[in-house]
Design a protein around this ligand. Structure first.
Ligand code: SF4
Length: 221
């Protein structure tokens, strides 16, 4: 691992530590813990869901229930595992009763997600469901309209390919939706192969280090 990578992974861990005490919105009051995200801190592929649920809140990890199992099965279908990707949510704390995130909560929390993307430097960000898709695309179009349609987006200083997908929790009990999710998911390897040109073309060597190293799971997240 190069010095650049070690330094950036350390920055992500430091950021996770700082978010653990976040009290920017009302959700801080009811949470067991902040669910920052988990996986490869230098992943090329990042998934962004909605918010932690009951089990996520208890365990401190995203996507640990049935939806998580489905996500793992879908990943296995394209030859990947959880440790290859980074998984997180728009909100880092559980809304009471698993209600929908509220606009002021998203506004309070969004900079945590933007910072994660900046530090992890993925090439593809797959948004799971409406909330992540609308937030990161900056457009009001719902997931039913835009799923499976990749689009280039600039998030912070990072150019990424945004790829909206149905949320696994929604697809769990709706066979037709699951079929669509599976077929959208199957395009991920193609999208990952089509890695985007990073924002800062003046430092090609620095960029190539991150882009060509194999995925490493450091067990930090
Ligand atoms: S949901 Fe986000 S903004 Fe609100 S307390 Fe948790 S980490 Fe902070």
């Amino acid at each position: 691992m190069s010095a650049v990578r070690v330094e950036q992974v350390g920055k992500l861990q430091a950021y996770a530590d700082s978010v653990a005490g976040c009290t920017r919105c009302r959700l801080a009051q009811g949470r067991t813990q902040v669910v920052f995200g988990s996986g490869n801190p230098r992943a090329d592929l990042m998934f962004v869901g909605e918010a932690p649920g009951f089990h996520e809140d208890k365990q401190g990890l995203p996507f640990v229930g049935q939806a998580g199992k489905l996500l793992e099965r879908l990943l296995a279908g394209i030859g990947m595992a959880r440790a290859d990707v980074f998984i997180c949510n728009v909100l880092k704390c559980r809304p009471p009763g698993n209600r929908d995130p509220q606009p002021d909560e998203i506004e309070a929390c969004e900079s945590h997600l933007f910072k994660q993307i900046e530090l992890i430097e993925p090439t593809v960000v797959a948004t799971l469901g409406n909330f992540a898709t609308k937030l990161l695309s900056g457009r009001p179009l719902g997931i039913t309209r835009v799923h499976g349609q990749e689009q280039e987006a600039t998030i912070g200083s990072r150019n990424v390919l945004l790829y909206p997908l149905y949320h696994p929790a929604a697809a769990l009990y709706t066979p037709a939706m699951l079929k669509v999710l599976e077929s959208d998911f199957a395009r991920l390897p193609e999208l990952l192969g089509r890695a985007l040109v990073p924002v800062a073309p003046t430092e090609p060597e620095l960029t190539l280090v991150g882009a060509t190293q194999p995925a490493e799971q450091l067990g930090l997240f």
